[in-house]
Design a protein around this ligand. Structure first.
Ligand code: ADP
Ligand code: BMX
Ligand code: ZN
Length: 290
């Protein structure tokens, strides 16, 4: 059996055929359209999945946003060009004719990463630092989704009451500072208009402002991890997303976490499945609990 797995992020769409032994075949990527209208996302998903669907028996989607009753509801619509609502499951069932499951991207990634950890780890938290900052919590071996899909939305916890207004409506969320969009929005002067990837390249070349922006993001994520440890008493925190996986980033998070009191220390690692954790977690969930 194989699953057509789809990962919808604020920056990129990915899809692949995933065999039941979690082998990835025919992986494809397209940019996420930044549009308020659902039509643009529907067309992009159509172009993404059409070449892949022939042999899959089901569809599994890991998507940015709160996933409630098969629909995507943005908590931060800025991450999707203003898009607030999208009928995910309905759209993919119409496009493919296959039974479809959808789950939040970071929740899905947490599930895949949980399965990659040693079997004595029962409590873990996954954090993606990407277009936004997302999270997934596995507690006593169970993935928390919450009664309305909101569980684990760690990017919308408070980092700085004087910080920028977040797209969710709150001021100073972790996401508004530490995410790829947050880093880009804070870039000024010679770096104004740069995306996070470019800011990281400038930081690697020694640009002081870029170094500060990356450090600030890592510090905010380290404080979030201390909060997460205090909330969940997890044994392991796993970091993913293109910012989280960028060279040198995790080392900086470790550096800032080490400055917190001992009770908040927790084992930290980079995502085992790297950029495919969301795809694989959705596929695992669609296969049924393992
Ligand atoms: P998505 O949010 O769609 O899942 P990503 O995990 O790739 O996608 O995150 C996108 C964010 O990561 C963007 O802000 C982008 O600028 C940033 N980014 C992409 N590649 C890198 C990189 N090599 N180093 C640092 N940041 C990166
Ligand atoms: C936002 C939110 C989360 C998501 C997180 C990471 C939206 C559209 N998304 O906090 O649901 O998990 O971003 O998403 O409100 P990504 O696109 O950065 O992977
Ligand atoms: Zn927010």
């Amino acid at each position: 059996m194989s699953t057509l797995a789809i990962d919808i992020g604020g920056t990129k769409l990915a899809a692949a055929r995933v065999d039941d032994d979690l082998r990835i075949r025919e992986r494809r990527e397209l940019p996420t359209p930044a549009s308020k209208t659902p039509d643009a996302l529907r067309e992009a998903l159509k172009a993404l999945v059409e070449p892949l669907q022939t042999t899959a028996q089901r569809v599994a989607i890991a998507s940015t946003g709160i996933i409630r009753e098969g629909a995507l509801l943005a908590i931060n619509p800025h991450n999707l060009g203003g898009l607030l609502h999208f009928p995910l499951v309905q759209t993919l069932e119409d496009l493919t004719g296959l039974p479809t499951l959808a789950v939040n991207d970071a929740q899905a990634a947490a599930w895949a990463e949980y399965h990659a950890l040693a079997s004595d780890v029962r409590d873990m938290v996954f954090i993606t630092v990407s277009t936004g900052v997302g999270g997934g919590v596995v507690s006593d071996g169970r993935l928390l989704t919450g009664m309305s899909g909101l569980a684990g939305h760690l990017g919308h916890t408070l980092a700085d009451p004087q910080g920028p207004v977040c797209g969710c409506g709150r001021r100073g969320c972790v996401e508004s500072i530490a995410s790829g969009r947050g880093i880009a929005a804070a870039a000024q002067g010679s770096l104004a208009g740069c995306d996070a990837r470019t800011v990281f390249a400038h930081a690697a070349a020694g640009n002081e402002q870029a170094v500060r922006l990356v450090q600030h993001s890592a510090q905010v994520v380290a404080r979030l991890i201390a909060d997460v440890k205090a909330t969940t008493d997890c044994q392991q925190v796993v970091i993913g997303g293109s910012v989280g996986l960028a060279e040198g980033y995790l080392a900086q998070v470790r550096h800032f976490l080490a400055q917190e009191p001992a009770v908040y220390q927790v084992a930290l690692s980079a995502a085992h499945y790297r950029h495919d954790a969301g795809l694989l977690g959705a596929a695992l969930l669609a296969q049924g609990d393992k």
